[in-house]
Design a protein around this ligand. Sequence first.
Ligand SMILES: Nc1ncnc2c1ncn2[C@@H]1O[C@H](COP(=O)(O)OP(=O)(O)O)[C@@H](O)[C@H]1O
Ligand SMILES: [Mg+2]
Length: 283
Amino acid sequence: MAEGPAGDLLEVRDLRVSFGRRGGWFRSRSARSGEFVAVDGVSLTVAPDEIVGLVGESGSGKTTVARAVVGLIRPGSGSILLDGVPVGPVGRRTTAQQRAAQMVFQDPRSSLSPRMTVAAIIDEAWRTHPDSAPDGDRTAALHRLLDDVGLDASVAGQRAEEMSGGQCQRVSIARALAVRPRLLVCDEAVSALDVSVQAQILRLLVDLRERHHLAMLFISHDLGVVHQIADRIAVMRRGVVVEEGRATDVLGSPRHEYTRALLDAALELSAANPGGAGGTEEG
Ligand SMILES: Nc1ncnc2c1ncn2[C@@H]1O[C@H](COP(=O)(O)OP(=O)(O)O)[C@@H](O)[C@H]1O
Ligand SMILES: [Mg+2]
């Protein structure tokens, strides 16, 4: 990809995505009749090495933004820029652009083929993007990758169905890392995990950011989780970013009442689970 000036790695510019109406019921957010506007003019940026949290309740349009960023859906209007270059859906991206932005999904068990071994999952990523495949010893490269995500080399022969949720999510992260991306789009990547395992995966992501100079768009409905990892936070509600700023500012003095409500909900949860992020082992 072109180097460009030290600008943003990702820029989402005035993104709009609508879907044909599901069900028969009226939704007031429709632009044209029969259309449902899931994302209604979202702009956000992620700088190299930066972790930007995208938070909002279920249905606010976060996953739709994520899917547009990695090219899985085509926006109705607006643009996605990587290194300042507008990019289309995945089929129209250069291989470098395809590799640059990788997604980590919520449910590792359904995003990994249960019968494939870890080695086969990583090998498939390398076959999809041969320019990221190791030149030399693949087994050694696989073991380095597993070590990178805190997994023992012995899991290489295991299948997803034999592993814990936390281990599966580490494999998903390894699969994303295998193609040497610059941006991880983590969509509710820890939401299906126990609180203690969540904390371990969040620490891993922070470590990986440092070791690999990764940027992240970290999406969660849980402000308490986003709080643990994000440098900046964008708050989405009903397809619109209602507040955006440095994490300390957004959390310390939220300007929008919706952010305050999310914050109150997160505080109530942590009061109900004091010390929830304790040191239980990943099973
Ligand atoms: N493929 C689709 N077809 C129709 N509606 C969709 C589709 N994907 C998402 N939506 C709707 O768009 C809205 C935003 O969804 P989503 O982006 O998944 O929100 P979030 O990730 O914040 O929960 C929801 O109301 C959802 O039902
Ligand atoms: Mg979602």
